[in-house]
Write a protein that binds this ligand. Structure first.
Ligand code: V47
Ligand code: SF4
Length: 382
C-alpha cells in the first residue's frame, strides 16, 4: 500500500510536469487500486488537451457482410459461408442505408465487416462508392487494418494500392478495429490467423502517409494481463510519435456472450474506468480518448468523461458486433439524450464530424466548421 502511494506520487509529479510516463509507470498504475487518483490524473491530461468539451457525433454503422474466413475467439458476429445467419448486403440495401443515414442528418458512416471467402476487393470498393454516390456529404470511415491487409492478400496488390483505390472511391478515414491485443502471447491465442501486429501498425503507418487519419482500439478484459495492455499502448504511442496520424483511442471492453470465450466474465466497472484512465495517461500524444457507450453502457460512458475520456461516440444505429455479443445498450441514442448526459457530467457538448470539426446545424442541413484544436499536444510533444 505504502509502495502504491509512493509510486503514484512520482507519477503525479511527472503528469503535472507534462513528462512522458514509462512502461514501468504503466505497470504501476495497473497494479494500483486507487481509482480516484488515477482518474484525477487522467482528468488533468484530459482537461489540458480538451478542456471541458465533451464530443459526440451523429453516425451510423454498416456491416456489409458477416461472413468471415477468420474465427477470432471473441467474435459473436461472424458467420460461415452457407450458415443460416450469413448475409451479404447488395447495392440496394447499402444505398437504402445511406439514404436513411442522410435523412437522419448523419455526418459519418462507419463500415466494418467480415472477410468474405469469395467477395472480391471490387465489392468492398463499391460499398464505399455506393454510399458516396447516394450521400456525398457523409464521411466514410471504413475498413479496419485487418480488412485492408486481407484485401491486399486476396488481390496481391500492396496495402498502399488498396488504400489508394478506396480513397478514389471516397474513403475518408480508417476506424480503429482489429488491433485487439498486440502482444504475441495473447494475439496468437485469440486471433492468430488474421493480420499480425506489425501488419496492423504498418497499414496505419501507410494510411497516415497517404494523408488519412485513423483511430486505434484495444480489446481488453479477456485473457489479457497488465503487461499486454501496457505493451499495446506503448506500441501505439511509438507509431503516433512517428506519424501523428491517429485521432482517437477507443478501449473496447470484451463482451463474452455467444463467443468462444463465453465463460470469461465481462470486465468490471473498476476495470473499465481504470483502463480508460491509464489509456489517457499513457497515450499522451493522442488528441482524443473515446468512451464508446455502446460497449460501456451509457452510465459508465458518462462517468468516463471524468476519467480521461473526452468523446462518447455517436447516435450509433445498426450496430451488430456488440449487440450479438450481448451488449444491452439501446441501438440508438438520440442527440438530446447524449447532450444531456454530457452536460450533466459537467462538460460542454460539442457535435463533431469525423475529423473533429465542429458541426453547425440549421434548416435541416449541416456544415462542418473549424477543426477543434488541442493546443496542449504541441506543448507536450514539441
Ligand atoms: O476489431 C469484436 C471488437 C472491433 C467483440 O474507430 C468485440 O471509432 C468486444 O473497432 N466484445 C470492431 N469487442 C469495432 C471497432 C470500433 C468500434 C467503435 C468505434 C470505432 C472507431 C471502432 O470490435 C473489433 C473487435 O476488437 N469486437 N467482438 C466482443 N465480443
Ligand atoms: Fe472476422 Fe473480424 Fe470477427 Fe475476427 S473479429 S472473426 S476478423 S469478423
Amino acid at each position: 500500500m505504502a509502495d502504491d502511494v509512493a509510486r503514484l506520487k512520482v507519477i503525479r509529479e511527472k503528469v503535472e510536469a507534462g513528462q512522458r510516463l514509462s512502461f514501468e509507470d504503466g505497470l504501476a498504475m495497473e497494479e494500483s487500486h486507487d481509482l480516484f487518483e488515477l482518474g484525477s490524473l487522467a482528468n488533468l491530461v484530459r482537461e489540458r488537451l480538451n478542456g471541458d468539451l465533451g464530443f459526440y457525433n451523429v453516425n451510423t454503422h454498416i456491416n456489409p457482410t458477416n461472413v468471415c474466413v477468420y474465427t477470432c475467439d471473441f467474435c459473436a458476429f461472424r458467420a460461415d459461408l452457407g450458415e443460416a445467419k450469413a448475409y451479404v448486403m447488395d447495392r440496394d440495401q447499402v444505398i437504402e442505408r445511406a439514404r436513411q443515414a442522410a435523412s437522419r442528418g448523419a455526418t459519418e458512416m462507419h463500415i466494418v465487416g467480415g472477410l468474405h471467402h469469395k467477395l472480391k476487393l471490387d465489392y468492398y470498393i463499391d460499398v464505399v462508392r455506393w454510399i458516396k454516390e447516394t450521400a456525398p456529404e457523409i464521411h466514410v470511415k471504413a475498413y479496419t487494418a485487418v480488412e485492408i491487409e486481407y484485401f491486399s492478400k486476396i488481390t496481391r496488390v500492396s496495402t498502399e494500392e488498396v488504400l489508394k483505390r478506396l480513397i478514389d472511391a471516397g474513403l475518408g478515414s480508417l476506424p480503429g478495429g482489429g488491433a485487439e491485443i498486440f502482444h504475441l502471447e495473447v494475439r496468437e491465442k485469440v486471433c492468430g490467423a488474421k493480420a499480425s501486429t506489425e501488419q496492423w501498425l504498418d497499414v496505419h503507418r501507410t494510411a497516415h502517409r497517404l494523408g488519412l487519419h485513423s483511430n486505434a482500439t484495444m480489446l481488453y478484459g479477456h485473457i489479457d494481463r497488465p503487461l499486454h495492455r501496457i505493451d499495446h499502448l506503448v506500441r501505439l504511442r511509438e507509431l503516433q510519435d512517428e506519424t501523428g496520424g491517429f485521432q482517437t483511442f477507443i478501449p473496447l471492453a470484451f463482451h463474452p456472450d455467444n463467443s468462444e470465450m463465453s465463460e470469461i466474465p465481462k470486465p468490471s466497472g473498476m476495470m473499465d474506468l481504470k483502463t480508460m484512465a491509464i489509456s489517457r495517461l499513457m497515450l499522451d500524444n493522442f488528441p482524443h480518448i473515446k468512451a464508446y457507450w455502446v460497449m460501456l453502457g451509457l452510465k459508465t460512458a458518462q462517468i468516463a468523461l471524468s476519467f480521461g475520456a473526452d468523446d462518447i461516440d455517436g447516435t450509433v444505429v445498426h450496430e451488430k458486433i456488440y449487440h450479438e455479443a450481448g451488449a444491452e445498450t439501446p441501438q440508438e441514442v438520440v442527440v438530446d439524450e447524449i447532450r444531456r448526459l454530457i452536460t450533466e457530467a459537467g462538460r460542454v457538448p460539442v457535435e463533431r464530424d469525423t475529423l473533429y470539426r465542429q458541426v453547425n446545424r440549421g434548416d435541416g442541413r449541416w456544415t462542418s466548421g473549424e477543426r477543434i484544436a488541442t493546443p496542449a499536444l504541441a506543448v507536450l510533444n514539441p
